[in-house]
Design a protein. Structure first.
Length: 246
């Protein structure tokens, strides 16, 4: 089965939201040559409607759109959909990457980027989603992982903290799962990228750091006001534990 298919003979459905019609045409040709099925939309409002329809497996989103811009599309979409999102934008400053990721994008690729790299990023996201059962793939899961007041259930892909639900994106869930499974031990940024993004971490790539930052905000401080997720300079992150439950 080709890596661009969900099930045998079923192409992955890509929604490409970008106001550059010529770029969309070129990307359509390349993606379709790699066995993706592509729909291009050039307007933010229409793109938001199509992205929320449930008819696509992944959204490739430009941030600079006329009318309803890509940032607002991302913000509104994340309130009602967990569709995987790859941001593709000429706004390549670090702050723009962080904003996209903070709003719930799975990954970010600045323009100009090679079509080959775009396809590689899309496939990485889809492999992760498929592995987690997001594309109608059955899976067998062990019981919940509990560390102090945080409980992560791989089967339902839900998280609670102090018995209150915590709303996480798919990538945030995967990052937290990796950290909880190794609670009390340092996990490298490369390992987190491999587990959560299913790709190698590029130099100066801050994707994992932004997802960890979002996790910290959503989980809050731990027992005795201690930091739940500690940065280990030059290495990675450590999820602290105060008890030995598992």
């Amino acid at each position: 089965m080709d890596s661009a298919t969900v099930d045998q003979g079923t192409p992955v459905r890509v929604l490409l939201l970008d106001d550059d019609a010529e770029l969309c045409r070129l990307l359509e040709e390349y993606l379709e040559s790699e066995y993706f099925q592509v729909e291009s939309v050039h307007d933010g409002q229409r793109g938001l409607e199509r992205a929320g329809s449930g008819e696509h497996d992944i959204l490739i989103l430009d941030l600079m759109l006329p009318g309803l811009n890509g940032v607002e599309v991302l913000r509104q979409l994340r309130r009602r959909s967990d569709i995987p999102i790859l941001v593709l934008s000429a706004r390549s400053d670090e702050i723009d990457r962080v904003v996209g990721l903070e709003l719930g994008a799975d990954d970010y690729l600045p323009k100009p980027g090679s079509p080959r790299e775009l396809v590689a990023r899309v496939r990485s996201i889809l492999r992760r989603v498929k592995r987690n059962g997001g594309l109608n793939q059955s899976a067998t899961f062990e019981g919940p992982i509990v560390v102090d007041e945080v409980c992560l259930d791989p089967a339902s892909r839900t998280v609670t903290c102090e018995n209150k639900p915590v709303n996480l994106t798919s990538v945030e869930f995967d990052v937290l799962e990796t950290l909880l499974r190794s609670a009390g031990e340092v996990v490298s940024r490369d390992q987190l990228s491999e587990d959560a993004l299913d790709r190698d971490l590029a130099p100066l790539d801050r994707v994992i750091d932004v997802h960890v930052s979002r996790l910290r905000k959503k989980l809050g401080e731990g027992p005795d006001d201690q930091e739940r997720i500690k940065s280990i300079r030059g290495v990675g992150y450590l999820y602290t534990r105060t008890s030995h439950n598992r």
